[in-house]
Design a protein around this ligand. Structure first.
Ligand code: GLN
Length: 232
């Protein structure tokens, strides 16, 4: 996509391209019509309106942040006004407290418990209303997700279910423990873009991507082709 500048305000959302669900986020950003790019080198973080830290494996991601020498660069860009959204492992990296482990970026006053629902096989889907984000229920995909156990001062809970918090935000940071990029719902990407001061092409609170079906989440893994081949 062509990158555009609106006045001299930053208008690009970066997706941290070290490990995890990078392409899925890029595709959702394309669908809402905002400028985006993959980021991982020091110079990539200049002048971003926002940064998405995708799901993946937080221990691996935090090591890669150090190897690529970009942890302080991200903190510096955040200080200068870049907003950040962490999905799942990304939320763990942004948390102030991680049960039993050291925190990484410490940019939002929440306590998270890694793998709070159990093992990979305990992954599940559900849906919930998130007032202020979408008027319709938002599909939720939890993949060996963390639980947000607690939020501290300055943090607003966006979604609480049973004994855990699934989405929260402060002025500059959004965290979700589920994966909107693996569903056809664009509501959270729209919500984050607006938080970054950007406009999207979505009209009338219609956040469902009509091109999505139940197996669309497999497209980047090539699983779908393999499955179709098996059925032949
Ligand atoms: N379980 C992973 C972790 O602790 C997070 C999983 C995910 O991002 N889907 O880092």
């Amino acid at each position: 996509m062509t990158l555009r500048l609106v006045g001299n305000k930053p208008s690009i959302i970066g997706v941290l391209d070290l490990q995890g669900g990078v392409h899925e986020h890029l595709e959702h950003l394309e669908s809402i019509g905002v400028a985006y790019k993959k980021v991982k080198q020091v110079e990539d973080f200049n002048n971003l309106a926002g940064l998405i830290i995708p799901g993946g494996e937080s221990s691996c991601l935090s090591r890669l942040l150090n190897i690529f020498g970009i942890k302080n660069i991200i903190l510096e860009a955040h200080r200068k006004g870049m907003k950040i959204w962490g999905t799942c492992a990304g939320a763990i990296l942004l948390a102030k407290k991680v049960v039993g482990e050291k925190s990484c970026l410490d940019l939002i006053n929440i306590t998270v418990e890694r793998n709070g629902f159990g093992a990979q096989l305990d992954s599940f889907v559900s849906e919930a209303l998130i007032p202020g984000v979408s008027a319709k229920p938002v599909p939720l995909t939890f993949i060996r997700a963390p639980k947000i156990l607690d939020v501290g001062s300055g943090v607003h809970m966006l979604l609480k279910i049973d004994d855990y918090i699934a989405a929260a935000e402060n002025e500059s940071v959004l965290v979700t423990v589920f994966h909107p990029e693996l569903t056809g719902c664009l509501a959270l990407h729209h919500y984050f873009a607006v938080k970054c001061g950007l406009k999207t092409v979505l009209k009338g609170n219609e956040y469902s991507d009509p091109r999505w079906d139940l197996s669309s989440w497999t497209k980047h893994a090539g699983i779908d082709e393999k499955y179709q081949a098996l059925k032949k």
